[in-house]
Ligand binder design. Structure first.
Ligand SMILES: [Fe+2]
Ligand SMILES: [Fe+2]
Length: 205
């Protein structure tokens, strides 16, 4: 695959993990994952996180997304969200907790798939109040990576590069607005997280 994001050093450093992810998802999703990895590492450089770790977390965040539903469900049972009734009822929310469990299982062979990387995978769809820096980077990068164009992202991209917390807030608001406009399910934790970030920063987003 062509390195369209000029991340050669990171791809070299994480060649085993890249092959692992590539063996589990199709080309389109791999391109998305490389976009998330690229964006997360650029944001890490700006906001004082470890760019290499952010790159790895971005690369791995959708590792479980193409598993058969039975396998995703089996992994979900092992996750901290296993007893969350709303998550169980909405299969579009399974791949994040399932992915985190999968990464934990793979950690014996891939020691760089640390708990921090697993956490970034776990929360990348729902978000939550008080996310770690790495979780925040992957959460926003998933929405604003260069390949994303499913909603008007200009304001959100600007917010993310202006102030990370404001950007998290803008991403949460944008996703909730998007889901509500389609009458899709919004998990209560997403509303809780949005309220947390709005209150914390006393800013509209
Ligand atoms: Fe995802
Ligand atoms: Fe994603």
């Amino acid at each position: 695959m062509k390195d369209i994001y000029d991340d050669e050093l990171y791809l070299k450093q994480y060649a085993p993990e890249f092959e692992l992810v590539r063996s589990r998802i199709g080309e389109k999703r791999l391109t998305h994952s490389l976009g998330v990895a690229h964006t997360a590492r650029l944001l890490a450089e700006k906001y004082g996180a470890d760019p290499a770790e952010a790159y790895l977390a971005g690369l791995c965040h959708d590792i479980a997304k193409e598993l058969p539903q039975e396998q995703m469900l089996a992994l979900l049972q092992e996750s901290p969200l296993a007893d969350d009734v709303e998550v169980r009822q909405h299969h579009q929310l399974w791949h994040a907790p399932a992915g985190a469990v999968l990464l934990a299982q793979l950690q014996a062979d891939y020691p760089r798939l640390t708990e921090a990387v697993q956490g970034a995978c776990l929360w990348h769809t729902l978000g939550r109040p008080a996310m770690t820096l790495l979780e925040s980077l992957v959460f926003v990068a998933d929405l604003i990576e260069p390949g994303r164009n499913f909603m008007d992202l200009a304001f959100i991209r600007q917010a993310v590069w202006q102030d990370l917390q404001l950007g998290v807030c803008a991403c949460m608001q944008g996703v909730i607005d998007f889901l509500e406009s389609k009458n899709d399910f919004v998990h209560p934790l997403a509303y809780e997280a949005l309220a947390y970030y709005k209150k914390k920063h006393k800013k509209e987003c």
